[in-house]
Design a protein around this ligand. Structure first.
Ligand SMILES: [Ca+2]
Ligand SMILES: [Ca+2]
Length: 395
């Protein structure tokens, strides 16, 4: 049994508990329980127990994995096949779809369920009456929402660049790409031998409107027969705990620089992200998840002037709890980098979007021991990690 679990979908080289010095015991406990449950209930989850290992994402030795954040969103409109294909071409180990639901329960890749910023929906008069104001995770949002469209209707829209001021070159691809389904992303990844790193978006909200995300996520993985690498991520906690009982696919608890998981807020629970990154908090996360996906500021905080301070103990504490540490988001542009890594003349008009010293930033994070990096330009991350011999131990 242990061996079956070892050679399954677990990305062995990238999770501390299977390749590092910390031993596998705790995680196997969770996976054995989930695996046994899957066998007992039959159905979709049991199908993943005998997956063959795919080699593609394991070829990096002990380097952190490179996760193409929304594809290669620095270079193409995010969450399009164009973006995912660019990420794959640039050497991403994983591509990352954020998942929201249509009215007819199809999971599609969008950063938000509100789609006016990333599609041409506002230019479709036939959908003018779908414009609405809703409260999502306590915030009022106005626009067009995926849950008010059937998949067929969404398919008539075309994607566009979300932040054209920062990434004007990406507008050359406006109007060219469809909204992809999760199934399409899985099939694309499988064809190219890369992993998939789906995020459930606003799970409490989607439960509240009867469109729970977790069941169609697992069903889609099973139905497509996807047998590559996968991590499932969420900023909330309850749905990850629920998933831990239903699947042995590895789970990543996302942790912001501030705030609290919305499911905990909605439940009146005082748990915050600050509480989750303490040694005790991380130990609790390790009861249901296999890793954390943290804002880089949780690893290296920045002062009020934007310059970096001393690293925290998060990586050490997470590894002691057998949690992998993935971090987000690595972006090339000066305006998106810590002040320490900005390059060029601040007075120049192009300075905010000019490429800074992002490779040194990536090298620093790697030297601190991160196990994975979410990068808007996976090519930069791949290049930085490929540089020979200049990565010392920083901690
Ligand atoms: Ca995401
Ligand atoms: Ca749910």
């Amino acid at each position: 049994m242990r061996n079956l679990l070892c050679v399954g979908a677990w990305p062995q080289k990238h999770l501390i508990f299977t390749c590092g010095p910390y031993g596998p015991a705790m995680t196997f406990t969770r996976s054995l329980m989930a695996g046994a449950l899957a066998v007992l209930v039959g159905g979709t989850v049991a199908g993943v127990l005998l997956r063959p290992e795919t080699a593609a994402a394991d070829r990096r030795g002990n380097d952190p994995i490179v996760i193409g954040h929304r594809g290669a969103s620095a270079l193409r409109p995010e969450h399009t096949v164009l973006s995912y294909e660019a990420a794959i071409a640039l050497g991403a180990d994983y591509i990352e779809p954020d998942l929201v639901s249509t009215k007819d329960r199809v999971l599609v890749a969008r950063h938000e369920n509100e789609i006016s910023g990333t599609t041409d929906v506002a230019a479709h008069p036939e959908f003018a009456d779908r414009r609405a104001t809703k409260t999502i995770d306590g915030l009022k949002v106005t626009g067009w929402f995926t849950e008010d469209f059937t998949y067929g209707e969404l398919r008539t829209l075309r994607a566009k660049e979300r932040i054209p001021d920062l990434r004007p070159g990406n507008t050359a691809f406006d109007g060219l790409a469809l909204i992809p389904t999760f199934e399409e992303v899985l099939r694309l990844a499988e064809r190219h031998g890369v992993g998939v790193y789906p995020e459930t978006k606003h799970p409490t909200y989607f439960d509240s409107i009867g469109l729970s995300l977790e069941e169609p996520l697992l069903d889609t993985v099973a139905r497509t027969g996807y047998d590559g690498k996968i991590f499932i991520q969420s900023f909330e906690t309850a749905n990850l705990r629920e998933l831990a009982e239903k699947t042995r696919l590895p789970l990543i608890q996302l942790i912001s620089a501030t705030g609290a998981p919305y499911d905990r807020v909605a439940a009146g629970d005082p748990l915050t992200y600050d509480g989750m990154v303490t040694a005790d908090g991380l130990r609790e996360v390790s009861r249901y998840a296999d890793g954390v996906g943290v804002d880089t500021r949780r690893i290296v905080p920045a002062g009020p002037d934007g310059r970096l301070l001393a690293p925290t103990n998060l990586i050490r504490d997470a590894h002691r709890s057998r949690l992998a540490v993935h971090t987000w988001t690595i972006r090339d542009e000066n305006s998106q980098l810590p002040a320490d890594y900005r390059l060029g003349d601040p007075a120049a008009a192009a300075y905010p979007r000019a490429t800074g010293d992002v490779t040194t930033w990536i090298t620093r994070l790697a030297s601190l021991g991160v196990d994975g990096l979410f990068a808007d330009n996976p090519g930069t991350a791949r290049a930085a990690l490929s540089r020979p011999g200049d990565r010392g131990q920083d901690d």
